[in-house]
Design a protein around this ligand. Structure first.
Ligand code: PNS
Length: 215
């Protein structure tokens, strides 16, 4: 059988025999969809690094934000969706969604065959392994794929970014500029990054001056 040589967009119909423009036959084409579930509160450069890597190996990557009523997030779900949509708009095969309930059920609903998760250091491994094996128990056909972000992000987490930003430290280079701006807007103006110490000093001065007036 002679196969036509064609370049396929990501939205190509599945399960057709084609010879892709790379010149080799891939046989029956399956569109591989992966979900990248997480809290993303806020999205960091480590998350974006992983999204870029994932977008290269999956036909479709869904960044899936967990709607977790038990957590009191810094950014609400709509804010996180808006940030991630803006930050991933350059990838034609990446979209952002939200879910609640089990990750495996969500994966089933969107037809995903893989779950993408990042492993930064050995310390992540135990938790990630537990989660991957539980997900496998719940839905054996769903594969967890671990990828490593760039080494420069190996210590980076949303929790640390929130903590550093709340305490007035700089998160430059750790989160995209958009997230940095939104962190600034979100936090008490007195605790804004560079202004933190100045604000502290001003507060301490006015406390002293009030105390002097009372005395
Ligand atoms: O970014 P996070 O907080 O590390 O992401 C954790 C997440 C959302 C992937 C995990 O908590 C999850 O999958 N929650 C959905 C509920 C679920 O499926 N629990 C069983 C997992 S073994």
């Amino acid at each position: 059988m002679v196969l036509r040589s064609v370049c396929l967009p990501h939205s190509c119909p599945t399960r057709i025999n084609v010879r892709r423009c790379t010149g080799f036959s891939r046989g029956p084409l399956h569109k591989t969809t992966a979900i990248y579930p997480g809290s993303f509160d806020p999205p960091t450069n480590g998350h974006l690094d992983l999204i870029e890597r994932g977008s290269k190996i999956f036909d479709e990557l869904i960044v899936a934000i967990l709607r977790n009523p038990d957590k009191d997030p810094l950014f609400n779900v709509s804010e996180r969706v808006a940030m991630l949509e803006a930050l991933t708009s350059q990838y034609g095969n990446v979209r952002v969604d939200t879910f609640d309930g089990l990750t495996v059920d969500y994966a089933d609903r969107v037809g995903a065959s893989s779950v993408l998760r990042g492993i930064r250091a050995l310390s992540d491994y135990e938790y990630e392994l537990q989660m991957a094996l539980m997900n496998r128990k719940l839905r054996p056909e769903l594969e967890t794929v671990f990828m490593m972000p760039a080494e420069k992000y190996s210590y980076l987490s949303s929790r640390l970014v929130r903590e550093v930003a709340k305490l007035g430290g700089s998160v430059k280079g750790l989160v995209p500029e958009l997230v940095e701006q939104n962190l600034r807007g979100k936090l008490d103006p007195a605790f804004k990054f560079g202004e933190f110490r100045a604000a502290q000093e001003t507060r301490s001065e006015s406390r002293k001056s009030r105390a002097r007036k009372k005395a």
